[in-house]
Design a protein around this ligand. Structure first.
Ligand code: G3H
Ligand code: 13P
Ligand code: ZN
Length: 337
């Protein structure tokens, strides 16, 4: 029953030139689309759940959907991860719910507060056999509000918000986290760049020097494919100038640098929305949800396959399972498989 922490995955990804796709789930169709793609590609994966997803879908329902996926695909290494947790209480709730990995995002707090909060989460999570991701630096998108800038100003002042390599080393030493989300120029959402996509890979190299062996995480990594943005705009949507991180850049991050986890949410939303809009516009009489959610789910399969290939993660499931076995098949204390 390989629902596991991220450790066996990152052990191999850090040196193996690949990264694990971490996909946000909010309902059954999204989960099924991700799982079908990863099963076809034999790719290990992380299913991540935000505070908003817990509220929207009800954790009990999500847990059973995920358990069904695990049962259906015993050959796939899967981690279930809290995305952008903001309090110790939320983390504790997720640990009790059987999550195998959690993120505590204290990046909007002053540094010392971020250290204190992240350390308290590490203590609670490690006691339960759960791995911890924390964040340093400031991403654009949802976090722009925190720094009080619009997208253009954020982009122009990006150097101020990137993760500081020396601070990262101090943070790692004082908290004992298992992985670190770094700010290297990405943003959440579908409007990542006003100008050309530029990622600070030199910063990643510096962090790898000050924090050797620490798995790094890229948030805000959706590619915002023109195929789906164009469909949305063609069928009544309005998403002018939507722009993401090209998949070649994800490939570079996964194969050349210590990026072990790449977060994708917006692309799943875009694929699902585009297909639903297309069905509604081309078949105005359609009112069977299976006939618009189904094509949406198919589009998610397609986009996740493409992501997994870009991350060089296809075909890595068996090796991760072997690493999990080598580590003694660790499962978190509260996981009930
Ligand atoms: O980084 C945020 C993720 O895309 C989750 O978004 O909080 O709307 O579920 P959400
Ligand atoms: P995107 O908005 O680029 O999909 O990023 C998702 C993310 O970082 C979730 O934590
Ligand atoms: Zn994120």
């Amino acid at each position: 029953m390989p629902l596991m922490t991220t450790k066996p995955m990152f052990d191999l990804a850090y040196t193996g030139g690949f990264a694990i796709g971490a996909f946000n789930v909010n309902n059954m169709e999204i989960t099924q689309g991700i799982i079908e793609a990863c099963a076809a590609e034999k790719a290990p994966l992380i299913l991540q759940i935000s505070k908003g997803a817990r509220k929207y879908a009800n954790m009990r329902y999500l847990r059973h959907i995920i358990n069904a996926a695990v049962e259906d695909h015993p050959e796939l290494p899967i981690a279930i991860h809290l995305d952008h947790g903001d309090t110790l209480e939320l983390v504790q709730g997720c640990i009790a719910d059987g999550f195998t990995s959690v993120m505590i995002d204290g990046s909007h707090h002053p540094y010392e507060e971020n250290v204190k909060l992240s350390k308290s989460v590490v203590d609670a999570a490690h006691a339960a056999g759960v791995t911890v991701e924390a964040e340093l630096g400031q991403l654009g998108g949802i976090e722009e509000e925190v720094v009080g800038l619009d997208a253009d100003e954020y982009e122009k002042n990006i150097h101020k918000f990137l993760t500081d390599p020396d601070q990262a080393a101090d943070f790692w030493k004082r908290t004992g986290i298992d992985s670190l989300a770094v700010a290297i120029g990405t943003s959440h959402g579908a409007y990542k760049f006003k100008n050309e996509c530029k990622l600070a890979f030199d910063r990643v190299e510096q962090i790898m020097k000050t924090c050797p062996g620490l798995p790094l995480v890229m948030h805000g990594s959706s590619s915002v494919p023109a195929e789906y943005v164009d469909l949305i705009n063609k069928y009544g949507g309005q998403m002018p100038n939507a722009k993401g991180v090209p998949e070649e850049q994800l490939h570079l991050a996964a194969t050349k640098y210590g990026v072990c986890k790449v977060n994708i949410d917006s692309d799943l939303r875009l694929a699902l929305t585009a297909k639903i809009r297309e069905v509604f516009a081309t078949k105005p009489g359609e009112f069977d949800p299976r006939n618009y959610l189904g094509p949406g789910r198919e589009a998610i399969v397609k986009i996740v396959k493409s992501k997994v290939q870009a991350l060089n993660c296809a075909g890595k499931a068996e090796a991760v399972l072997k690493q999990w076995e080598k580590l003694g098949r660790p499962v978190p204390k509260y996981y009930q498989g």
